[in-house]
Design a binder for this molecule. Structure first.
Ligand code: FES
Length: 103
């Protein structure tokens, strides 16, 4: 089965910040946000991420650090067998997991 590995920051300001590895089935054309949705549906529904439009960078709510660079999770395509680290934005106050304060 084709798959990707997503290393996702978990935790909040009251717990330890942790990097958790998830193995996610790869589907051609899937976005990193699709991978996060798969984790929420199949492994841990408490994984926090902010989004609205789910495409086209219209709402800009899914912005995160992807392998150290700012990117939109909904428009960043996953590549088969890739290993990707996803962290909350460093420039905004952290709330939980991938969620930061909106201004
Ligand atoms: S969900 Fe709206 S820009 Fe990504």
């Amino acid at each position: 089965m084709a798959k990707i590995k997503l290393n996702v920051v978990r935790g909040d300001s009251e717990t330890n910040r942790d990097l958790v590895e998830y193995e996610v089935p790869f589907v051609e054309g899937m976005s990193l946000l699709d991978g996060i949705f798969w984790i929420r549906e199949h492994i841990d529904p408490s994984l926090s991420v902010r989004y609205s439009c789910r495409s086209a960078n219209a709402c800009k709510e899914c912005m995160a650090q992807v392998d150290g660079k700012v990117a939109f999770l909904c428009s960043t395509r996953a590549e088969d067998e890739s290993v990707v680290t996803i962290e909350p934005l460093k420039t905004k106050a952290w709330v939980k997991d991938l969620t930061t304060v909106m201004e």
